[in-house]
Structures are given as C-alpha cells and as structure tokens.
Write a protein that binds this ligand. Sequence first.
Ligand SMILES: [Ca+2]
Ligand SMILES: [Ca+2]
Ligand SMILES: [Ca+2]
Ligand SMILES: [Ca+2]
Length: 448
Amino acid sequence: MTLDNATAINQDSPGVPDEPEAGEQFGQVLATGNLNGDRYDDLIVGNPLETAGLSEQPESGAITAIYGSKRGFRTRKTEEAFQGLGRAQGAPEAFDRFGNAVTVADFNADGFDDVAVSATEEEVDTVEAAGEVQILPGSAHGLLIRRGTVLHAGKPLSGPDLTDTELFGSVLSAGDFNGDGRDDLAISSPIDFRDRGGVWVVPGSRHRILSPRRARFVDQSSPWLEAAPPADQDDFGALLDSSDFDRDGNDDLVVSAPDTDGPGRGRVFVIRGGRGLLSRKGSQQLDEPDLGATYFGWGSSMTVGEFDGNRHLDLAVGASFGPGMNHCFGAVMAFFGAGKLKELGLRRNLLTELDPRVALGTQPQDCDRFGSALSAADVNGRGSDELLIGESQAGDEDHPATGPGYLYVFAAVDDNFPGEHKVLTQGAEGGGAVVGDQFGAALASSSP
Ligand SMILES: [Ca+2]
Ligand SMILES: [Ca+2]
Ligand SMILES: [Ca+2]
Ligand SMILES: [Ca+2]
C-alpha cells in the first residue's frame, strides 16, 4: 500500500457493475488476493448494503471482484456475485447483507485464491439472522466457474447449535493454523444470543475447499484459553487476525473480546496454531492494561505489523469508543513481539490523542475516536511497518464537532512511538474533506 499512488474506484467507474445508490457505502469491505492466478493481485469489494438482483431486495448485498493488471486495477474487467448470481448460492432476500465480511485465501492450495464471504443475516432453517458463510473458489477464469460451498453454525461444525447463534460470519480471517500449506478459515459470531461470542476454525481441504467436520470451536471457556469464564456481552470474536507471531510455521489466531459492557474488561487472546489447528499450550492473553483514563471497548480495533524492526510481529490494539461524552478520546497500545507468544507484550507502548507528542496542532475534541481503525504498512519503504491510526470523528476548524476524520501515520524508533509521524486528512490527500465522511473509519492493507 502506498499513499501517493492511489486510485479512486466507485460504482460509476467504467465497467464496475451496478449503479451507485444512496446509502450503499461501496468500499466499506475490502480484501485483496489473486483469484485467477495471473501475476497481479485483485481487489474484492463487499457491498452488504447493495440492492441486488432483479427483485431489487434492499441490503441483500453483493461482492465485486476487480481484476488487477500491469496497469493497475482494470475496472473494465470486473465480476459481481450475489446470492443466486454467479456461483453464490441461495436467493437475495432483503437485509441478508451478503458481503458483510470478506476474506481471500487459498483454502485448497490449488494456486488460485478463493473468496470467503458472509451473509450475516441470512435466515437458516427458520432461524432468523443465523448467518452463513460461502466460499467462492478462484480459477484461471475468475470466480464464476467453480461451484462453491456454504457453511453455517450447527452440524457438521462443532460448537453451539444453530439456534444459539446469531450473525455467524460477522468477522472472517484466514491463515494456515495447522501448517499443512492450505489456508484455514476462522469465523466468528461475536454477538450471539448472550453476546458472549465464539469462533470456529475450519481447516482448508484439497478436495472440498474446507473440512467442516474437522473444525474447532473456541470461546472463553475453551481449554485453549486460560481466561476467566465467559460473561455476557464479552463479544468474543469482535475482531480476528491470523499471523505467525512465534515463527513456527503455524499461523496464530488473534481474537478480541472488547466487552462493550464496561471499561477495564476488554481482552485480546493470541491462540497458538498447531497441528490440531490450535495448540492447547503457549497462548497469550492480553488483558486491558491501565490506560490512565477511562476507555471503553479495548480490542474494538487492532492490527498486526512489524513496527520495531526486530523481525518479530507486533500487535496494536485500540480502545476508541464509549457510551457517552468524555469517554472516547481514544487510546492505542502497541505490544511488541519477541519470539515466544508469552513474550508478546513484555515491551509495550501507549499512544493517546491527549499525548502532546501526538497532537501535532490538532485540537483534541471529545469523541474524536482516535484509534477507531488501525492498520500497518511500510509507508516510507524503510523495511519496517508504520502504524496507521484512524480517528474517524475528528473535527477541523470548520467542523469542530464531527469532522472529516484524520489518519495518523506513526513510525516507531526501536519500540518507541511516536518516532516520526504525520497527520493526513482527506483535504490533503485527495477527495476533499466532507463532514461525516469518517475518513479513517476503515483501513485496508495486505497482511504481513
Ligand atoms: Ca483455491
Ligand atoms: Ca491449513
Ligand atoms: Ca505460530
Ligand atoms: Ca517487532
């Protein structure tokens, strides 16, 4: 990702199917991968609010694949899929929200990346908003050739019954947790009927794309974790990430439980990958640290990057919101990796918007939501990642209350933030700032 070589794509671009309609928020969900096995990465856009299909069902949802080429993304060569179109199964119904989460990985290791996409509010066996996940396999001709597969909670997956689950597929993450060369899929349902949440990990399969019979289910009562018992409103699985922190060849699963119930109770778990998908030993639990003030939703944003140049992956976690005023300036904590998972976070560093080293002339306003989105990318090309922090509600001189939002780019000097940093607004980098744009509400980058 480079900040000075950007292209704007919307549904008015030549070749991009469908029309821009009010409130559709095209581009809210982004993923990249190589679906057709050529030399160029492709962009997959989830449009959960899209009015899809001939029957014009509102918020039935769709995804758009925009294929890469030597000259960048070729908007004239795109594919759209929604339920009942292309290889996506089922029918588009109002508010299914197909495309609400999208991740791209090669689950059958055939050289073509495959798309996992959720319809979080799909009704399954008369259970409303049970949610489902579909896998659309890549091929030399793109997404529309090979038949996909559908997953939902309940059998054959282990874990809770379908009736105990809501919004299955709210968050998706892919990684090779068992190190067999095929990517595996982690699927969360953070807001089940008690808001406790749970995560399924489904191994990739050469013949069937995924093997649901060999899936694992994890919640806070699982033997994989040393956590306190699960409580209501923990929202375990609100965010997921898959990265190999201990460099043993198995990706490790990061699960956040921001606990929207109150301050001081957010948690992030790093569960070690292993031959059985997840290891029972060696995982790390990062409880909410003392942030020096009241913050809510610790773990409601996070990103993995290599910030300090020691070649071990690091984890940044944000707390950016609260139930009322005076609670959402926002804070971000970076946990530095050292080797073993248990050593992740022995060195740590806190950034807050109220830190005078951070402010850079911007006047902190309440509910700026510093840390509302986090991402990592080597912006300056010096080899280690910069930490990108979105501040979705930040105001400016003209719009002090709910402004266009800022994007902070921090470089670490050793493990010390902020080393050098700058603040970007849409006005500076393109598009022109518009109140309510929430620039920095979502950030995409390829995983390290
Ligand atoms: Ca594949
Ligand atoms: Ca695997
Ligand atoms: Ca590992
Ligand atoms: Ca590091």
